[in-house]
Design a protein around this ligand. Structure first.
Ligand code: PLP
Length: 390
C-alpha cells in the first residue's frame, strides 16, 4: 500500500545535522555521562502551584470534552495578555486555544495557504518549520538572514522572496539564534507583508524571555491586525512543555474557520490543562519571571566567558534560551565541531546546519543546565575551540 506523498515528503530536508543529537542520545542510553546543551527544554519542571491547580481542576470534574475553541476564561486571559502587549483591542473571539504552539503553527498555515502556495520562513529556523509548511500542502521558501546582520531579516531579501508568496512566518525572540527583532526589522517585515499582500504568522512563544531590547509584536503595527496570526504557548513561558497548551490570536473570521479545523482535528485541549494555564496566566508575571530568570543568568555567564577570548564570536543573545556561537575561525563546520566536541568532551550542542544554511559554521548552545555546570561546559567548549583552531 502506498502512503501519501504529502506525509512521506514532510522531512524533505533529510537529517541535516540532527545526527549529532541522536548520537548524543545514544551515548546517554549506553551509560555515557553526556552534558546535553541541545534541545529547548527547561531544567526545572512545571511549578507545583500550577500542578496543584491542574489537579484540583481534574478532581472537580473538568475531565470531559472541553469547549473546542478553548474555555472562556483562558481565551479571555490570552486576549487581555495580547491586548496589553500590543495595545490592539483583543477579545475572546480573536483567540483559539491549541495543543501547544506547534499545533498553532500548523493550523495557522492551514488557514491561509492553499495547496502549492508559497509560504516564506526565515533561515535559520526552528527545526519543524519547513515540515509544518509542507504538512498543509504549501511550498516552503526560505528568506536567508546573515550572521553579519545579526540574523535580522532585511527588507531587500524579504521583497525578493515575497514575489508570488502567500504567507511569511517569523519568530522573535528567535530559536535558534536568540536574536530579538528590532523595530526596524519588524517594520520592514510589516511593510513587506502589506506591499506583497502576505499573511504574517508571528511565532512569539519566547515572548517572556527578553534579556535586552524589547519584544515588538507585529500585530501592534498599523494595518497589520487583519493579516497577522500570533502564535503563543505556555511551554516556554511557564515550563509547561508537556502540557501542550498554546494559542492563535487573529482576526475573528479566521478564528471561526480555525474552530472548524479544530473540531475536525484535535477537538480541543483538555479542560484541566486549560484551567491550569488560566491559573498560571492570572497569577501574573512572577511565575514567568521565575521561569525566565535562569536563562538571563546563564546568558550573562556566557557573555563573561566569551569576553575572555576572541576566537569564538556570538550574535547578540537578546532573548530565548540559546546562544549561537560562530565557530568559523576554527576552520570547522558546525557539524564537525559538534561531533568532535561530543567525542572528546562528551558535550552535546546543535550544529547551526541543523537549522538551515544561514547558520552554517555556527553551533547553538541551549542554556538548559545548572549555572555552574553550564559555565564549566562553556569554558571547556571555548578551550576546545582554541586547541583545534589553526
Ligand atoms: N516555535 C518555536 C520557535 C519553538 O522553539 C518551539 C519549541 O521549541 C515551538 C514553536 C513549539 O512549542 P510548543 O509546541 O511546545 O508550544
Amino acid at each position: 500500500m502506498n502512503i501519501s506523498t504529502r506525509i512521506s515528503t514532510l522531512n524533505a530536508d533529510g537529517d541535516d545535522g540532527w545526527s549529532v543529537f541522536y548520537r548524543a542520545r545514544q551515548m546517554v542510553a549506553d551509560g555515557v555521562d553526556v552534558i546535553e546543551l541541545t534541545i529547548g527544554e527547561h531544567d526545572i519542571r512545571t511549578d507545583p502551584v500550577i500542578l496543584d491547580a491542574m489537579h484540583a481542576a481534574a478532581k472537580s470534574g473538568h475531565t470531559g470534552y472541553a469547549m473546542v475553541p478553548g474555555v472562556d476564561g483562558l481565551r479571555d486571559a490570552v486576549a487581555s495578555r495580547v491586548q496589553d502587549q500590543t495595545g490592539v483591542p483583543t477579545h475572546r473571539g480573536n483567540v483559539l486555544i491549541t495543543p501547544g504552539g506547534q499545533a498553532a503553527l500548523f493550523a495557522s498555515h492551514h488557514a491561509v495557504c492553499d495547496q502549492g502556495d508559497i509560504a516564506l520562513y526565515c533561515d535559520p529556523y526552528y527545526a519543524t518549520y519547513p515540515g509544518t509548511l509542507r504538512a498543509v500542502g504549501a511550498t516552503p521558501r526560505a528568506v536567508l538572514t546573515r550572521p553579519e546582520q545579526d540574523f535580522q531579516p532585511q527588507r531587500t531579501d524579504l521583497n525578493a522572496a515575497a514575489k508570488g508568496a502567500k504567507s511569511l512566518l517569523i519568530n522573535s525572540p528567535n530559536n535558534p539564534t536568540g536574536v530579538v527583532y528590532n523595530r526596524d526589522t519588524i517594520e520592514g517585515i510589516a511593510q513587506a507583508c502589506i506591499d506583497h499582500d502576505l499573511w504574517l504568522i508571528s511565532d512569539e512563544v519566547y515572548d517572556t524571555q527578553i534579556w535586552e531590547g524589547q519584544h515588538i509584536s507585529p500585530r501592534a503595527l498599523p494595518d497589520m491586525v487583519e493579516r497577522t496570526l500570533v502564535v503563543g504557548s505556555m511551554s516556554k513561558s511557564h515550563a509547561m512543555t508537556g502540557s501542550r497548551v498554546g494559542w492563535i490570536v487573529g482576526p475573528e473570521a479566521v478564528i471561526g474557520h480555525l474552530i472548524n479545523l479544530a473540531t475536525n482535528t484535535t477537538y480541543g485541549v483538555p479542560g484541566y490543562i486549560q484551567d491550569a494555564a488560566l491559573f498560571a496566566l492570572t497569577n501574573g508575571p512572577e511565575l514567568e519571571k521565575k521561569v525566565a530568570a535562569p536563562f538571563r543568568r546563564r546568558r550573562n555567564i556566557a557573555y563573561e566567558l566569551l569576553a575572555q577570548q576572541n576566537l569564538v564570536r556570538h550574535v547578540p543573545a537578546s532573548g530565548a534560551m540559546y546562544v549561537m556561537l560562530d565557530i568559523r575561525s576554527t576552520g570547522l563546520s558546525g557539524e564537525a565541531f559538534a561531533n568532535k566536541l561530543l567525542d572528546r568532551h562528551h558535550i552535546a550542542v546543535m550544529p547551526g546546519e541543523s537549522f538551515g544554511q544561514a547558520a552554517a559554521g555556527h553551533i547553538r548552545v541551549a542554556m538548559t543546565i545548572a549555572d555552574d555546570a553550564f559555565a564549566s561546559a562553556l569554558d571547556t567548549l571555548l578551550s576546545f575551540a582554541q586547541e583545534i583552531a589553526p
